[in-house]
Design a protein. Structure first.
Length: 312
C-alpha cells in the first residue's frame, strides 16, 4: 500500500511517499480501505515537531493522521463490523493513528457506521473536530438548555461543530470569527456573532456559562473576562499559565486544558446526529493524496473555514 511518512519534524517537504505492507489486524480490529482523511491543526503541529510529536517520535515509520472514513475489507473475530461496511472515526488518538495510508488497522470500538446521507469526505471531516466539541460540552461542561455558550473561532473545524452541538443541546450560542465569516457562523445556528478584532472583552455585558476556546494563549484571558463566576472555560490548543489558573480559581471557574480521545460510543452519537441533519460538516477544500503538502499548508494558514479533507 501507499503511505506518507516523516523521518524528522519540519516542513511539508519532509513528507515521504512510500510503498509498505498492509497492516495486520488483531481480533478486535478491522482493516479499513481509506476513502478520505481529514487534516487538523494537531497534524500540522506534530509534523513540525510540536503537539504530541514527543510521544510519537520513536515510531518508525511514523505515519501521521487520525481521522478516517472508508470501507472495511477484513475484520477480526471480535470486531463488530464486517467486510463491506462503511465506517468512520478518529483512530488511536492521541497515539499512533497511521491514517495517511491506503489501509488502516483500526480498533472497531473506535469507529461507527458511516451515515448513508453523507460522503466519505464529509464523514472524515466529522471525526476529531466533532468529537472534540461533543466531548467538551457533554463530558466536561455539561451544557444545559438555556445556558449561554461562547465559541471562539466559530468558523473553524472544531468551532463550527461546537456552535451546532451547543445549539442542539439548547444553549444560547455566540460565536466569534472575522467579520467576513459572520454569515457562515450564523448559518451554523449561532444566535449572535462577535467580530473578534477590536472587541472589548473586559467590558462585555454578556457573561457566559461556558466558553469553548480553540485559540489558546491570550485568548484564555479574554475567555476568563466573560465567563460567569462558577462557569467553565475549556481550552483545547494548550495548557493554561499559572496566572490564568489563579484568575480562574478566584472566579471559581473550572478552567481546563482538554484533549479529545477516541471513542466509538461517541462516534455513534455523532453518526445519528449527522444522519438526522442535526449537525452538518462544512468541507471547504478537498485535496488528493499526492497533495498532502497543500492540505497541510492550508490548515497551517489558520484561515480555513470548516474542514480540509484529503481523498484517496
Amino acid at each position: 500500500m501507499k503511505a506518507i511518512i516523516i523521518n524528522k519534524p519540519g516542513g511539508v517537504d519532509n513528507f515521504e511517499y512510500i510503498e509498505t505492507a498492509k497492516p495486520e489486524i488483531n481480533s478486535d480490529e478491522v482493516l479499513v480501505q481509506i476513502k478520505a482523511v481529514s487534516i487538523n491543526p494537531v497534524d500540522v503541529k506534530v509534523r513540525a515537531g510540536g503537539g504530541i510529536y514527543q510521544v510519537l517520535k520513536n515510531e518508525h515509520p511514523l505515519i501521521l493522521g487520525w481521522d478516517i472514513s472508508g470501507v472495511v475489507i477484513a475484520s477480526g473475530a471480535d470486531a463488530a463490523f464486517k467486510p463491506g461496511d462503511e465506517v468512520f472515526g478518529m483512530v488511536r488518538f492521541p497515539g499512533h493513528g497511521k491514517a495517511y495510508a491506503e489501509y488502516v488497522a483500526a480498533p472497531a470500538s473506535q469507529l461507527a457506521a458511516k451515515p448513508a446521507n453523507i460522503t466519505h469526505e464529509q464523514a472524515a471531516a466529522s471525526t476529531l473536530a466533532a468529537l472534540t466539541a461533543y466531548q467538551a460540552m457533554t463530558r466536561h461542561a455539561n451544557v444545559k438548555p438555556g445556558q449561554k455558550v461562547l465559541v471562539h473561532a466559530a468558523a473553524g473545524g472544531v468551532g463550527h461543530f461546537a456552535v451546532q452541538i451547543a445549539k442542539h443541546l439548547g444553549a444560547y450560542v455566540v460565536g466569534t470569527s472575522s467579520v467576513k465569516n459572520k454569515d457562515f457562523v450564523m448559518s451554523m445556528g449561532a444566535d449572535e456573532h462577535i467580530g473578534y478584532q477590536g472587541y472589548d472583552w473586559k467590558n462585555s455585558e454578556i457573561k457566559y456559562d461556558f466558553v469553548m476556546d480553540t485559540v489558546g494563549a491570550e485568548n484564555i484571558d479574554k475567555s476568563l473576562d466573560v465567563v460567569k463566576d462558577g462557569g467553565v472555560v475549556i481550552s483545547i490548543p494548550a495548557g493554561l499559565s499559572e496566572s490564568q489558573i489563579e484568575r480562574a480559581k478566584a472566579k471559581n471557574v473550572n478552567a481546563v486544558f482538554f484533549l479529545v480521545t477516541s471513542s466509538g460510543i461517541d462516534m455513534e452519537v455523532l453518526a445519528a446526529w449527522l444522519s438526522q441533519g442535526i449537525i452538518k460538516p462544512h468541507v471547504s477544500e478537498v485535496f488528493n493524496f499526492n497533495e498532502m503538502d497543500k492540505a497541510h499548508l492550508q490548515v497551517e494558514s489558520g484561515r480555513t473555514v470548516g474542514k480540509v479533507v484529503v481523498r484517496l
